[in-house]
Design a protein around this ligand. Structure first.
Ligand code: KG4
Ligand code: ZN
Length: 351
């Protein structure tokens, strides 16, 4: 294989974004087309799995063709096809996986299956050309909150994870409770700028000694109880203060545990990934604390924090050059664990 010019077509359909991208040598984005279904799901207050799969089917071919056109390439120019095969919504994942398999078969191109979280982490490589493992990455999205030791491009160790709600899920639920709409993260981020983060002291949950695990269901319930109490007394509350205080409670725990993880692993760099990585308070506090403790911080721009196929193409490239391949029996794995895709070779064969 000519490693000096490897074009990967990435495909991502794990939730409510249909995305296709062309990335050169794992680092240069030639195109990154993202078709979001958010406006459709908004009226239901969350993603409706059946609708998500149907919308992916309707648009996937158009999105792929757009990605090729914007990159100025054809199917023949593509060297590798990379696709998210888990975790995510089964019906949504299947659209991307089936499309990728059909393309790999018809074009006789190698196929690589990518873990969605591995993709989020890889988004950092697209904008930080100097970033190389090892480092510690905080991955916080609507479905996941993980602290990961990125040992190598495709070797990961989970140092901590949520025991209940993901950080983004808590943002979305609290936003719904205070009547902000969906998805809640960006709306809370916005309104919190006008609020007092010390207005209410919401709980910061910690586990037994040294555990880097998270729990966000407690803080979510605390917000709910706080509002219920005020409403029962007929009192009004300031949404911005609630948003800012809730956000501070979540962000403090995320930053505190990530800094501890970086110290424990002896790395120099901390990276952020996933939808919640776009949160301005999280970025600010992490930068502040990292500077204080002597760590460098890297994070992708907001468009690469949310679900997109460029990050999947990047991760697929690093899997590909380490000789990982998927067979045409690759299946969608809705609850795929991060370690499984890299250590056990689930659904993959090495050649
Ligand atoms: O990574 P992502 O696009 O999809 C998943 O894989 O889940 O993450 C979406 C999540 C949502 O919960 C959304 O509310 C949250 O990321 N999010 C944010 C912000 N932007 C998106 N949370 C807090 N602050 C933000 N600025
Ligand atoms: Zn995601």
């Amino acid at each position: 294989m000519d490693k000096t010019n490897c074009l990967v077509l990435g495909i991502e359909t794990s939730c409510d974004e249909t995305s296709a991208a062309v990335v050169e040598n794992g680092r240069k984005v030639l195109s990154n087309v993202i078709s979001s279904q958010i406006d459709i799901h908004q009226k239901y207050g969350g993603v409706v799995p059946e609708i998500a799969s149907r919308k992916h089917v309707e648009i996937i071919n158009i999105v792929i063709q757009d990605a090729l056109d914007q990159a100025g390439v054809t199917f023949e120019d593509i060297d590798v096809i990379g696709v998210t095969y888990g975790p995510g919504l089964i019906g949504a994942l299947l659209v991307g996986v089936s499309t990728a398999k059909a393309l790999a078969f018809a074009l006789d191109k190698p196929l690589v299956g990518v873990h969605h979280i591995e993709g989020h982490i890889a988004a950092n490589y697209l904008e930080h050309q100097d970033l190389q493992p090892p480092y510690v990455c905080l991955v916080a999205s609507g479905g996941h909150s993980h602290i990961v030791y990125v040992q190598d491009y495709n070797h990961f160790k989970i140092l901590g994870q949520t025991r209940d709600d993901a950080a983004g899920e808590a943002f979305d639920k609290v936003a719904r409770v205070i009547g902000l709409g969906y998805p809640g993260g960006p709306l809370i981020d916005q309104i919190a700028k006008e609020g007092n983060e010390e207005a209410v002291n919401f709980p910061r949950v910690s586990f037994e000694d040294g555990s880097l695990d998270f729990s966000f269901s407690g803080v979510k319930t605390a917000v709910l109880n706080h509002i219920n109490k005020l409403e029962q007394k007929g009192e009004t509350y300031n949404k911005a203060d609630i948003a800012a205080s809730f956000q501070r409670a979540v962000v403090e725990v995320l930053v505190d545990k990530t800094i501890t993880a970086a110290k424990n692993e002896g790395v120099d760099v901390i990276a952020l990934a996933g939808g919640v990585a776009a949160n301005s308070a999280l970025r600010k506090l992490l930068m502040q604390e990292a500077k204080h403790h002597g760590f460098k911080v890297k994070y992708p721009s907001p468009i690469l924090c949310t679900d997109n196929a460029a990050m999947i193409a990047c991760a697929a490239y690093y899997e590909y050059i380490s000789a990982k391949r998927a067979d045409l029996d690759l299946n969608a794995v809705p609850n795929l664990r991060l370690g499984e895709s890299v250590y056990n070779g689930l659904n993959k064969k090495e050649d």
